[in-house]
Design a protein around this ligand. Structure first.
Ligand SMILES: O=C(CO)[C@H](O)[C@H](O)COP(=O)(O)O
Length: 218
């Protein structure tokens, strides 16, 4: 711990397979894939076809963050494409509990993501059913934004609650994570750090030292 999940949003999209192999070789624990629909968030990225095409390039867990609404229509497609974790937002469908149940029925790990203004109480009746809470420390849609420090309180509250209830749920933090903010997120209780800019900065020769710096091993 912490696990490092580079976000391929900051990779070179002209050679994504190569980039996934490079972060795998550089020591990434997971591959974080940001799916955006131009509706739930103001950006468009990739669909299940790209996830399927990337699947042979790494055996590491594919951590798929769905920033799409309505989300239920695409759960099966991302599961079939090779996602291991499928994370959804409570605002992205009418029945969060049903969505989580569908992800689990597909044999996948289920995550729920909280935007910066979304309160932790949204987890009240799903926490014991999920595998991951993804706390957004930027407003979703773009890489390269500044870490929102108010989210440290949320990380701490969620991590404490998981510990108190003795649940097997990981706390993941995404947005503005770098060598300076990573220790703050870890101290607050993060288990998994998503990092786009801070992983891919400098090109492939820098991926391994960048990942070590995020772990605090530099
Ligand atoms: O989900 C995301 C944006 O919606 C990205 O994963 C996140 O912003 C990572 O980028 P960076 O590390 O550059 O902040």
């Amino acid at each position: 711990m912490p696990l490092i999940a580079p976000s391929i949003l900051s990779a070179d999209f002209a050679k994504l397979g190569e980039e996934v192999r490079a972060i795998d070789a550089a020591g990434a624990d997971w591959v974080h894939i940001d799916v955006m629909d131009g509706h739930f968030v103001p950006n468009l990225t990739i669909g299940p076809g790209v996830v399927k095409a990337l699947r042979p390039h790494s055996a590491k867990p594919f951590d798929v963050h769905l920033m799409i609404s309505p989300v239920d229509l695409f759960l099966d497609a991302f599961a079939e494409a090779g996602a291991d974790y499928i994370t959804v937002h409570p605002e992205a469908g009418p029945h969060l509990h049903r969505t989580v149940q569908r992800v689990k029925a597909l044999g996948k790990k289920a995550g729920v993501s909280l935007n910066p203004a979304t309160p932790a109480k949204m987890l009240d009746y799903v926490l014991e059913d999920i595998d991951l809470v993804l706390i957004m420390s930027v407003n979703p849609g773009f890489g390269g934004q500044k870490f929102i420090s108010s989210q440290l309180r949320k990380i701490e509250a969620v991590a404490n609650r998981i510990a108190k209830q003795n649940l097997d749920v990981l706390v993941e933090v995404d947005g503005g994570i770098d060598a300076e903010t990573a220790p703050l997120a870890i101290a607050a209780g993060a288990d998994v750090l998503v990092a786009g800019s801070a992983t891919f900065r400098g090109g492939p020769d820098h991926y391994a030292p960048n990942i070590r710096a995020l772990r605090g091993d530099a």
